[in-house]
Design a protein around this ligand. Structure first.
Ligand SMILES: [Zn+2]
Ligand SMILES: [Zn+2]
Length: 585
C-alpha cells in the first residue's frame, strides 16, 4: 500500500486535543485564582479554536511551517502553541500548577466540577483534595452543600471509584508519546547498543500501567547514572546498578533494566510479559530440565539462549510469538502445533468504513477526507456522519443527508482510484429503532448503527435494543459495540454473545473502533466474533484527516484478538465488500 497511515500521517506526540486541554486547564486555574475574566475567556476561546483547526498544529510546528490563522489566537497564544507542541506543556501552566494546591487541580478533573465548585468546596467544607472529597461524600456533609444534588453525588462517587481503579493507567498514545523521546534519549547515550520498550505497551494493551525499558549495555552502572539524567524524570523511586524505577513529570512510572548483549533477548522476553505467559514459558523450561530467567535459558551453568528472543523461543521448541499474543490464552499451544495465526497488519486494510466530515462533528470537508484517503492508497472510504438524534454532534436530518449523497456522487466522479461509499452513523434509539426513515436508509451503501445514549438500560434491555436495530434490513455494521470509554466509562451491560450470534444470522458486521479511548471491541470479543465467523470492521471513526493514523491502534487491538486478514471486513476489495454489504440486506 503506497504510504501506510503510519508513514504519511504520523502520530504527532501532541495533538490538537492536548493543546486545547492545556489552554482549558490554564483557564480553569486562572479562574480558581480569580484572575481577570477577559484573560480567562481568551484561553477558553483559544481551546475551542484549536479544537476546530483542520490540521495538526504540532505537526506544522515540528515541520517548521507557519500556523494557520485561527480565530482568537494572537501572537502570544501562537507562541504558546509552539511551546506546547514541542513540550506538551507551557511555562504559564507550570507556574499555575505551582500556585494552586495540587489537590484542587485534581478536583478540577472530575466530571461536572469546574473552578466555581472547587472554590465552593474549599470555602464551605475545606475540601482541597480527592481524599477530602471522598470523606465528605462518605459522611454526608457533601449532600448538604448547595448545588450538590443526588445525581451529581452519584456521578462523583462513580468517578472517584473509577479513578482509584485506573489511577495509574494511561492510554496508548499518551504512553507512546512519552516512550518515543525517552527511547531516543537512551539510545543516544554512550555505551547503549540497543534499547526497546517492553511491557504492556509492547503487547499493545488497551491501557498502560507503567513503561518498561530494556537497555543493552556492558557497563551497567555507568550507563544507569546517565539514564537518570533524563530531564523529565521528576523522582527516582529506586535505583540500583541494573534496575531503576523513576517517575516522569507526567506521573508515568518508568522501569529501566540494563543487561549485557548475551541476555538482551531474554530480558526483553521477560519484561514484555504478560505475567501469565512468562509463567507458562518458565514451566515449559523446567519440564525440559532448564531454567529460564531474565538473563537467559540455562541448563545447569550452560547458557542455551538469551541474546535474542527468537533464540529463547527456539531453544524451548517454539517459533517466536508476537508480543500481542503473549497472554497465555492458547498461543503457546498454537505455537507448538505450528498453528499461530497470521495476524492482520495495517497494510492489509483497503479502506475505512466509519468517518465524519464537517457536515456533522468532523473538522474537514468531505472532499478533504476523500483526498486524504486517496493519498493513503485506499480503494474506498465510507462517509458516515451522525444522524439527527445526536444534536450535540450536529447530526443530519433526512434533507441534509440527501444533499450529502448528491455531493458524494459529484466527488466520486472526480476521484481516481478511490470510491466514496454512502453511509451514515445512525443512532440506535432507546427502543432499538433507527434514527432515519427506511426510504433514506435504503439509498445508502452502509449503515453504521451506534448507541450514543440511554446507557443505563439493563443487559436484557440493551441486548433486545441492539438485536432489534440489527433486524432492520438496512443495518450493516454495529459501531463501538459496548460503548466503553477507557479510563472514563465502563462498557454498558449487554449480552455480547447474543449480539455476535445475531450478527452472524443477519449477515451483518461488528466494528472495532480504533479511537484509542474506545478500542471497542475488546480482544475477547474479537476472538468471539472470529469464532462465530462474524467479520470485524477496523474503523478509525476519523473526525479529521489525520485521525486515519489511529487505525494503527485498532490493528494492534485486532491482533490481540487473534484476527487475521480474512477476519477483517475492510481488507476486502471494493467488489468483495459490496457483495458482502449487499448480502446483509
Ligand atoms: Zn459514535
Ligand atoms: Zn463516529
Amino acid at each position: 500500500m503506497p504510504g501506510s497511515p503510519r508513514a504519511s500521517a504520523g502520530l504527532p506526540a501532541v495533538d490538537n486535543e492536548r493543546i486545547a486541554r492545556v489552554f482549558e486547564e490554564i483557564a480553569d486555574l486562572l479562574e480558581l485564582e480569580v484572575a481577570n475574566p477577559f484573560r480567562i475567556r481568551a484561553y477558553r476561546n483559544a481551546a475551542r479554536s484549536v479544537r476546530g483547526a483542520e490540521s495538526s498544529l504540532a505537526a506544522l510546528v515540528l515541520a517548521g511551517e507557519p500556523l494557520p490563522k485561527l480565530p482568537g489566537i494572537g501572537e502570544d497564544l501562537a507562541e504558546k502553541i509552539q511551546v506546547i507542541s514541542r513540550t506538551g506543556t507551557c511555562p504559564l501552566l507550570e507556574r499555575l500548577h505551582g500556585e494552586v494546591p495540587a489537590g484542587q487541580t485534581e478536583l478540577l478533573h472530575l466530571p461536572s466540577i469546574g473552578p466555581k465548585r472547587v472554590r465552593l468546596l474549599h470555602q464551605e467544607l475545606g475540601i482541597d483534595s480527592l481524599q477530602d472529597l471522598q470523606a465528605a461524600l462518605g459522611n454526608g456533609r457533601l449532600a448538604r452543600l448547595h448545588g450538590f444534588g443526588p445525581r451529581l453525588l452519584t456521578q462523583l462517587a462513580t468517578a472517584l471509584k473509577a479513578r482509584s481503579a485506573s489511577e495509574r493507567r494511561h492510554l496508548q498514545p499518551d504512553a507512546r508519546a512519552q516512550a518515543e523521546p525517552l527511547l531516543r534519549f537512551v539510545r543516544g547515550l554512550e555505551g547503549v547498543t540497543d534499547a526497546q520498550v517492553a511491557g504492556s505497551l509492547r503487547r499493545r494493551r488497551d491501557t498502560i500501567g507503567d513503561l518498561d525499558i530494556v537497555l543493552c549495555a556492558e557497563d551497567a552502572s555507568r550507563v544507569m547514572a546517565t539514564v537518570l539524567d533524563y530531564p523529565p524524570i521528576s523522582e527516582v523511586m529506586a535505583s540500583g546498578e541494573t534496575r531503576s524505577s523513576v517517575r516522569l513529570d507526567s506521573g508515568l512510572q518508568v522501569d529501566f533494566r540494563i543487561v549485557g548483549r548475551q541476555s538482551f533477548g531474554a530480558a526483553l522476553q521477560y519484561f514484555t510479559g504478560s505475567k501469565a505467559h512468562g509463567i507458562a514459558l518458565r514451566r515449559r523450561a523446567r519440564e525440559r530440565g532448564c531454567k529460564l530467567n531474565e538473563y537467559g535459558l540455562f541448563r545447569g551453568d550452560e547458557r542455551l539462549a538469551g541474546e535474542t528472543e527468537e533464540g529463547v523461543y527456539r531453544a524451548l521448541g517454539l517459533p517466536w510469538i508476537v508480543p500481542e499474543l503473549r497472554e497465555d490464552s492458547g498461543e503457546i499451544d498454537a505455537a507448538e502445533r505450528g498453528a499461530l495465526p497470521h495476524l492482520v497488519e495495517l497494510r492489509d486494510l483497503r479502506g475505512d468504513l466509519h468517518c465524519h466530515t464537517r457536515d456533522s462533528d468532523g473538522s474537514n470537508s468531505l472532499r478533504d477526507m476523500a483526498l486524504a484517503a486517496q493519498r493513503l492508497g485506499w480503494e474506498y472510504l465510507a462517509i458516515t456522519d451522525h444522524s439527527q438524534h445526536l444534536n450535540i454532534a450536529h447530526g443530519m436530518d433526512a434533507e441534509r443527508l440527501a444533499r450529502q449523497l448528491d455531493e458524494i456522487d459529484r466527488v466520486n466522479e472526480e476521484l481516481d482510484g478511490l470510491t466514496l461509499l454512502k453511509g451514515c452513523e445512525v443512532d440506535i434509539l432507546a427502543d432499538g429503532s433507527l434514527d432515519l426513515p427506511d426510504s433514506l436508509l435504503e439509498r445508502l451503501d452502509i449503515v453504521v448503527g451506534a448507541v450514543h445514549g440511554y446507557f443505563r438500560l439493563s443487559a436484557a434491555q440493551h441486548t433486545r435494543r441492539i438485536l432489534r436495530a440489527m433486524d432492520s434490513p438496512w443495518f450493516t455494521v454495529l459501531a463501538h459495540p459496548t460503548g466503553r470509554l477507557l479510563l472514563e466509562r465502563d462498557a454498558f451491560a449487554v449480552d455480547m454473545r447474543a449480539v455476535i450470534r445475531h450478527a452472524r444470522q443477519r449477515g451483518c458486521f461488528l466494528e472495532l473502533n480504533a479511537q484509542p479511548q474506545r478500542l471497542d471491541l475488546d480482544e475477547h470479543y474479537c476472538r468471539l466474533a472470529k469464532e462465530e465467523g462474524v467479520l470485524v470492521s477496523i474503523a478509525s471513526d476519523a473526525h479529521r484527516v489525520f485521525d486515519f493514523a489511529l487505525l494503527d491502534y485498532g490493528v494492534g487491538q485486532a491482533r490481540r484478538g487473534w484476527l487475521e486478514r480474512g477476519d477483517v471486513l475492510n481488507t476486502r476489495s471494493l467488489a468483495q465488500l459490496r457483495s458482502l454489504l449487499q448480502r446483509s440486506r
